[in-house]
Design a protein around this ligand. Structure first.
Ligand code: MCA
Ligand code: AMP
Length: 507
């Protein structure tokens, strides 16, 4: 009986006295501590009646317990469903209903707000706070460590991660044991992670980057992590001397570069700095090398595929490129209309195939068929070029998407929300370059002519209903949206018009 992810990531550490998580309160959890904690959570899940394949939706702050709950879900054969902590109750209602979650673990502060959501969907509700305490831990610590591991096939779903869509409706990407394990194995190999690594972990763990790339890689290699609740430049700078490696989104690196304490002496001992989730500007790459002597290792991935490509560990880490396909991953650039493979050097839509490519979208066979070809190639929607040396560059996006500080924002979702507000006839949402977040959100509103468009009320409604990172940082009222002869909104024209809106001041 096997369980691919549990057997590779967790089981080998049973009883191991080596360090795993260095916590912010100064304590350290050994691997043995962690496996025991997750075994208790597995016992609690079992007693709550969680069956293999059940979705466990988790909307909690980052803590050692939250990671132990992920391990417990693997052990129990449950499907782990992490949710961005910034989501509002309105947003959560969709995910809990769509996933038909059996268990919903939330922050104690939101119990009142989410109880109706859990009740309407027949989900059991338990709590976990920023230090892991809550009703779920209360139940877990009373139980003895469960050692039984539920058998899973490589094709069974281990996690369901929601990713917004260009249609405005979030889609749950079904990630299997094979997807996640093959990716972790490739990354450990190509990035040379070992049990001597201490990864500085300041990423959130509700996305692929912090959970699968950073945590799965460390678990597989048997290394340790400095487990920070969030990115904060002061703490990162204070902790760097203990680390060997760091992963982050470009905003982490630009913030560090803006700090005079971040210099060659502080980073000399580091083995590697890895960046992804959003484009790393060539300028940041050059500044980083000038400041520290390190060349950032940039890689590229998606929720649906985990990591697809990476610059080489040895060899030329080329700024502006995302390197070569990972072992076992095929990448090709295709004509967006015909799907035909384009010659080297031409720009088209990037398609990828390999053991990393997800199983499909949860309960959305049509969406799956649109993006995942029968021959196994996944249409990423990213515009790319592959040069004569095989380096991939992401040169743009075929999909209407804004990436702010590493978080994806789909304009369609915000437009649908704004269009429904009083006084708004229609809206258009575009991204504009932002000095801190890379890109940020501009919303153009067209009044409906009744004279009741109240910008303050609109901003308040956005704040109440949408996660903070999606909030437009600039609103503009226009009499009409620019359209072409076919009636299509000319977003490029809006992007050009608002290109400098965030550049003068930090918003
Ligand atoms: C927080 N805020 C943001 C963002 N984050 N606004 C725009 N974009 C953001 N990314 C807003 C909050 O809503 C709040 O607004 C205010 O900023 C302060 O919140 P705080 O949490 O203190 O923000 P921060 O500490 O400045 O956070 C910025 C951050 C964080 C550290 C860059 O966003 C972050 O950790 N990003 C990493 C995202 C990530 O892991 N992405 C991986 C996705 P208000 O004041 O109005 O309330 S996985 C992926 O993309 C693929 C698979 C891949 O390739 O990795
Ligand atoms: P997500 O849907 O959160 O998984 O985000 C995936 C998207 O992030 C990709 O389709 C790309 O558009 C973008 N992305 C991730 N890594 C990089 C990178 N290194 N360079 C450019 N874009 C990236």
């Amino acid at each position: 009986m096997s369980n691919p992810l549990y057997d590779a990531l967790i089981a080998p550490h049973r009883g191991q006295a080596t360090d795993f998580l260095h916590l912010q309160d100064g304590t350290t959890l050994t691997y043995a501590d962690f496996v025991n904690l997750s075994g208790r959570y597995a016992a609690a899940l079992h007693d709550l009646g969680i069956s293999p394949g059940d979705r466990v939706a988790v909307h909690v702050q980052k803590s050692a317990d939250a990671l132990a709950l992920y391990a417990a879900c693997l052990q129990s054969g449950a499907v782990y469903l992490p949710l961005n902590t910034a989501y509002t109750a309105t947003e959560l209602a969709y995910f809990i209903a769509d996933s038909e979650a059996a268990l919903f673990v939330c922050d104690p502060s939101e119990t009142e707000e989410v109880t109706p959501i859990a009740e309407q969907n027949g989900a059991i509700l338990r709590t976990m706070n920023a230090s892991g305490a809550g009703t779920l831990r209360d139940e877990a610590v009373k139980r003895s460590v469960r050692t039984e591991v539920v058998a899973r096939d490589a094709d069974d779903i281990a996690a369901l991660l929601y990713t917004s869509g260009t249609t405005g409706r979030s889609k749950g990407a079904m990630l299997t044991h094979r997807n996640l394990l093959s990716n972790a194995e490739s990354l450990v190999e190509i990035w040379r992670f070992t049990d001597r690594d201490v990864l500085l972990h300041a990423l959130p763990i509700f996305h692929s980057h912090g959970l699968f790339v950073a945590s799965n890689v460390t678990l597989l290699a048997g290394g340790a992590m400095i487990w920070l609740p969030k990115f904060d430049a002061d703490t990162v700078i204070a902790q760097l001397p203990r680390a060997t490696s760091m992963m982050g989104v470009p905003t982490f690196y630009t913030r560090l570069l803006d700090d005079a304490r971040f210099d060659r002496a502080l980073t000399e001992h580091m083995r590697v700095f890895i960046s992804g989730s959003a484009p790393l500007l060539e300028e940041t790459h050059e500044r980083f090398e000038a400041c520290t002597g390190h060349r950032i290792l940039e890689r590229y991935g998606m929720t649906e595929t985990s990591m697809n490509s990476s610059n080489p560990y040895d060899g030329d880490r080329r700024a502006g490129t995302v390197g070569f396909p990972l072992p076992g991953v095929e990448a090709k650039v295709c004509d967006p209309k015909t799907g035909a493979t384009l010659p080297s050097g031409e720009i088209g839509v990037l398609e990828v195939r390999g053991p990393n490519v997800f199983k499909g979208y949860w309960k959305m066979p049509e969406k799956t068929a649109e993006e995942l070809r029968e021959d196994g190639f996944f249409i990423t929607g990213d515009l790319a070029r592959i040069d004569a040396d095989g380096y991939i560059s992401i040169v743009g996006r075929g999909k209407d998407l804004i990436i702010s500080g590493g978080y994806n924002i789909y304009p369609k979702e915000i437009e649908m929300f704004l269009d429904d507000l009083p006084g708004v006839l229609e809206s258009a949402v575009v991204g504009a370059p932002h000095p801190d977040f890379g890109e940020s959100v501009v919303a153009v509103l067209v009044p409906d002519g009744a004279g009741n468009l109240d910008l303050e009320a609109i901003e308040a409604e956005v704040k109440d209903k949408l996660a903070g990172f999606k909030r437009p940082r600039h609103f503009e009222i226009m009499e009409a949206l620019p359209r072409n002869t076919m009636g299509k909104v000319q977003k490029n024209e809006l992007r050009t018009r608002f290109r400098d809106i965030f550049q003068l001041s930090k918003v």
